[in-house]
Design a protein around this ligand. Structure first.
Ligand code: PMP
Length: 343
């Protein structure tokens, strides 16, 4: 299907918000166009709506053209915008994996869009035929989360490619946790799959969840659509400055990541023989999914010691699982001690 046939007609027809500065800022030294306060505070001006400086640096880092990058208020923002661009409320559907990250379903519900769920296998692997068999006539987007949350594992690349090669709608690959793996992810395959959108984030490996900045990489046309529907100033000036600073030293991410991965192994080793632990699932991310004999009891006891974890039993159809984020070495030690004290 052509991209234009996938876009909601009202989105295709609408005129986006634009400011005088979008067009003429190069010619101006006195800015009387945006009803700002003229007194210099460092924050009195609106931020760059298209974050051009950040995209210049990201382009060099990721090897993607600037006009194929979108920045959002977390990667949660492009998830919502993509559903709004492509899915007609009350008519269209998205297809997601089961289990997977919860926001796809929430964003679909907000937009009155149906959610179809394709189960992963017992070991949370992707069976492309199961996914392809669930596609309906009005399915517009398939969300593939790799590494997947809450299971933690990378999905098979060939299985994902099989889906991309056999679905005419939009495929979103959510790579929020990709920096915790050696896998190059799908950014390099954007040319091969014109309806592919890759999501990444500054919230995890970059350690800046509080800034709320996420990235989408896609064709120039899809990026234009995201820009068309986004709120004009969706990344504030302080966040833009912090991201620019972080991009000066991208090697810091590698260092932090190595430490987290080594702590992940430490946690796995130290919990493997715990009497209440039934299974620790393979993880390519910064968390472990652990099946306990009684997850709710462990959750409550940890909470009474002020350690909060995430009980994922309900989204795992009653399987007794906690999702536990890898913390600092001290935090991880406390977690292990707490768990062994409660046996
Ligand atoms: N995708 C996945 C798979 C996630 O787990 C998360 C956060 N938990 C996000 C996207 C959202 O990240 P953010 O909005 O902070 O970029």
């Amino acid at each position: 299907m052509e991209l234009d046939d996938l876009i909601r007609p009202n989105i295709l027809a609408m005129k986006p918000y634009s400011s005088a500065r979008d067009e003429f800022s190069g010619q101006a030294g006195i800015f009387l166009d945006a009803n700002e306060n003229p007194n210099e505070t460092g924050l009195n001006r609106y931020p760059d709506p298209y974050q051009k400086e950040i995209k210049r640096k990201l382009s060099a880092l990721k090897g993607v053209a600037e006009n194929r990058i979108f920045l959002g208020n977390g990667s949660d923002e492009p998830i919502d915008l993509l559903i709004r661009i492509f899915c007609r409320p009350g008519v269209d559907s998205i297809l997601i994996l089961d289990p997977t990250y919860g926001m796809y379903q929430v964003a679909a519900a907000v937009n009155d869009v149906t959610v179809i769920k394709a189960p992963l296998t017992e070991n949370f692997e992707l069976d492309p035929e199961t996914v392809l068999s669930q596609i309906q006539r009005d399915t517009k987007i398939i969300f593939l989360c790799s590494p997947n949350n809450p299971s933690g594992n990378l999905l098979s690349k060939t299985a994902m490619q099989r889906i991309m090669g056999n679905f005419t709608g939009i495929v979103v690959v959510d790579e929020a946790y990709i920096d915790f793996t050696d896998d190059p992810g799908f950014i390099d395959e954007l040319d091969k799959y014109p309806h592919l959108v890759v999501l990444q984030t500054f919230s995890k490996a970059w350690g800046m969840a509080g800034l709320r900045v996420g990235m989408a990489f896609a064709s120039e046309r899809i990026i234009q659509l995201l820009n068309k529907v986004k709120p004009p100033y969706n990344i504030n000036i302080l966040s833009q400055q912090k991201i620019l600073n972080a991009l000066e030293n991208p090697e810091n991410v590698k260092t932090a990541m190595t430490e987290i991965i080594s702590q992940r192994s430490w946690l796995r080793e130290h919990l493997a023989n715990h009497p209440s632990v039934e299974k620790i699932y393979p993880s390519d991310s910064n968390f472990l999914l652990i099946r306990f004999r009684d997850a709710q009891k462990i959750f409550r006891e940890l909470l009474s010691l002020q350690i909060i974890t995430r009980d994922r039993s309900s989204v795992l159809h009653g399987s007794n699982c906690l999702r536990i984020t890898v913390g600092t070495p001290e935090e991880n030690k406390k977690l292990v001690e707490a768990l062994f004290e409660m046996t």
